[in-house]
Design a protein around this ligand. Structure first.
Ligand code: PLP
Length: 398
């Protein structure tokens, strides 16, 4: 008999995006003449920039030649990309990370989910509520005890340190869904907590390129001591429009240690390397060359233009809604705007009204956790014209 992992039975079915899709489809069918504007999706819309496209084409052509053909590559990623990552994302910011501390992957979603492989099932895990659901579900799948850290208006959407000792902590800044960021001193508290408690911080920085303000760290390793307590996840998805191309990386400093039951220190970089070599055959050469081009002079310029355009949309949403009398968070260092729904309404009631009365689609905050109830997420990934039109409609309606 083949027994199942019964932890899967403890997962809550997620109907968030399928329910949204069903409601929108029904409304469109009944009202085909209406122009619906979608500010709900968390996917980018701008195409791959020319510098990356050129690198991609070149790599494709190389693969068709005897000299340029590449078979299996290094499981950890080609050195050319890991070098570019180290130089541009770390050394340029004064952070000392080495190439063998970087692991290139096909997405931060997989990395955030797979990393639990190297940790004991007995670890206690702290996760914010509301949250990007991957952290929660992957830990439920492996049966870990979860401690919820509420993020609410009262704490300005910045979680308080756990009241009890936890072993693993997921942090995501700039945050999905709230758009919140932590300043250096605020993140330092988490690093200090992790040091005191021998915990590991799993730091998801998928939206790092949207940071606009000073004093917001672009990497957790800008914080003193973080190399002893943190794993960092980064992704080209939102930075460079790679949601369909698929490329990301994670960093595990060699100074980062886990413990055996007997208290022996074990290098987590070694464990992850072993896991990677066993279960992964690397990201395609073509994709890694495309990712490398994000660091070229032209690549950087073109990507920045796209991010600035998304940030401008976020500003239009944030300022427009504030003018319309809404209470709004995020949208400054993030493509996400977290909006408080009018008093007395649930997130889903607001969703329905917005869809039916002004034909705008967003995401109910309750879909990201209990504490998301009463909030609503709008995203900056639509065109500028549609973003302006959507906000004008909401302002008039209000
Ligand atoms: N982390 C966060 C917080 C996200 O919001 C997302 C995607 O929406 C990801 C990770 C996934 O990134 P990737 O496309 O690299 O898998």
């Amino acid at each position: 008999m083949s027994f199942i992992n019964e932890n899967f039975l403890a997962l809550q079915d997620s109907y968030l995006f399928s329910t949204i899709a069903k409601k929108v489809a029904k409304y469109t069918e009944e009202n085909p003449e209406k122009k619906i504007i979608k500010l709900g999706i968390g996917d980018v819309t701008k195409p791959i920039v020319p510098a990356c496209l050129e690198a991609m084409h070149k790599a494709v052509d190389e693969m068709g030649t005897e000299q340029g053909f590449k078979g299996y590559g290094p499981e950890q990623g080609y050195l050319f990309l890991r070098k570019a990552i180290v130089e541009n994302d770390y050394q340029a910011r004064g952070v000392d990370i080495q190439e063998d501390e970087v692991f290139v992957s096909d997405g931060a979603k997989c990395d955030c989910g797979n990393i639990v492989d190297i940790f004991s099932q007995n670890n206690k895990v702290a996760i914010t509520d509301p949250v990007y659901p991957v952290y929660l579900d992957t830990n439920i799948m492996s049966g870990r005890e979860i401690i919820y850290l509420p993020v609410t208006e009262e704490n300005n959407f910045k979680p308080a340190l756990p009241e009890e000792k936890v072993d693993m902590i997921y942090l995501c800044f700039p945050n999905n869904p709230t758009g919140t960021v932590l300043e250096k001193e605020e993140l330092k508290k988490w690093v200090d907590y992790a040091k005191q408690n021998h915990s590991i911080i799993l730091y998801d920085s998928a939206y790092e390129s949207f940071i606009t303000e000073d004093n917001i760290p672009h990497s957790i390793y800008e914080i003193e001591g973080a190399k002893e307590v943190a794993i960092e996840f980064k992704s080209y998805s939102k930075t460079a429009g790679f949601t369909g191309v698929r490329c990301a990386y994670l960093v595990i400093p060699k100074t980062l240690k886990g413990y055996t039951k007997q208290g022996e220190e074990i290098c987590l970089n070694k464990l992850w390397n072993r896991r990677t070599c066993t279960k992964f055959n690397g990201v395609s050469y073509i994709v890694q060359r495309t990712a490398e081009a994000t660091y070229s002079i032209e690549g950087k310029k073109q990507i920045r233009q796209n991010i600035n355009a998304y940030l401008e949309n976020a500003k239009i949403i944030k300022e427009g809604l504030e003018e319309g009398g809404f209470t709004v968070y995020g949208g400054v260092n993030s493509p996400y705007v977290w909006l408080k729904v009018p008093k007395g309404m649930t997130s889903w009631e607001f969703f329905d009204q917005l869809l039916e009365e002004v034909n705008i689609v967003g995401t109910p905050g309750s879909g990201f956790g209990k504490n998301g109830e009463g909030y609503f997420r709008l995203t900056a990934f639509a065109t500028k014209e549609n973003t302006i039109e959507a906000i004008e409609r909401i302002k008039k309606w209000r």
